[in-house]
Design a protein around this ligand. Structure first.
Ligand code: HEC
Length: 189
């Protein structure tokens, strides 16, 4: 083997080795998000017919990054579990993502739990869900306020990758249905 070929082989080995290491690190990071997602899901998850890894990844995005609970679970925390009152955090599982928060005239956060004849999150298809996250489209007819959702931070969420949006959607398919939303899942009267 010529010196040139040896050098070429060495460089290739180093580059491929680096690539494999990067892929392994990325897989480990993904694995720890999936594990963490499983640990922090505040409600029992029904995985039947779903992809469990995708559900858990979605749980990570919703419960560690997305903050969906802040607006879509009312009250967001169980009695005695309000971190803003210095209490150890307990999410209000009985109302988890069932919506009901008022945000000014005519605007109320929506029920995201699986519903309707096809048991879909917020009774929306995956395509509709992506349209909501990318363009803020209000599929209600007539819409709550304007044809564009006015409160949802969809301009931020819309930056997520397709896979991440699919993970959120898969997670929302696995959470318990709350329908109709009981009166205790809402602002105090
Ligand atoms: C700042 C409050 C807020 C946050 C945070 C938030 N939402 Fe919303 N969301 C709303 C409100 C309010 C509406 C309905 C009215 C509007 O925005 O005008 C809504 C509507 C929606 C809809 C439309 C449902 C339908 O009926 O078509 C979906 C889906 C949704 N949110 C999902 C999410 C997800 C998933 C997250 C977290 C990644 C999230 N939201 C975080 C406030 C919020």
């Amino acid at each position: 083997m010529s010196t040139g070929m040896k050098r070429h082989l060495l460089v290739t080995t180093v580059v491929v080795g680096f690539g494999v290491t990067l892929a392994a690190v990325a897989l480990m990071a993904q694995g720890s998000k999936i594990q963490r997602g499983a640990d922090i899901a505040p409600v029992p998850l029904d995985m039947s017919g779903l992809n469990p890894a995708l559900v858990r990844e979605g749980s990570y995005i919703v419960n560690a990054q997305g903050g969906c609970n802040d607006c879509h679970t009312i009250p967001s925390y169980a009695a005695g579990g309000n971190p803003f009152a210095g209490e150890p955090t307990v999410i209000n599982a009985a109302c988890y993502l069932a919506g009901g928060a008022p945000f000014g005239p005519g605007i109320v956060s929506r029920n995201l739990t699986p519903r309707g004849p096809d048991h879909l999150p917020a009774n929306r298809t995956l395509d509709q869900f992506k349209e909501i996250m990318h363009h803020g489209r209000d599929f209600r007819n007539p819409p709550d306020a304007t044809p564009i959702l006015q409160v949802m931070p969809w301009p931020v969420y819309g930056n997520m990758s397709d896979r991440e949006l699919e993970a959120i959607y898969e997670f929302l398919r696995a959470i318990p249905t709350i329908d109709p939303r009981p009166a205790f899942c809402g602002p105090p009267m």
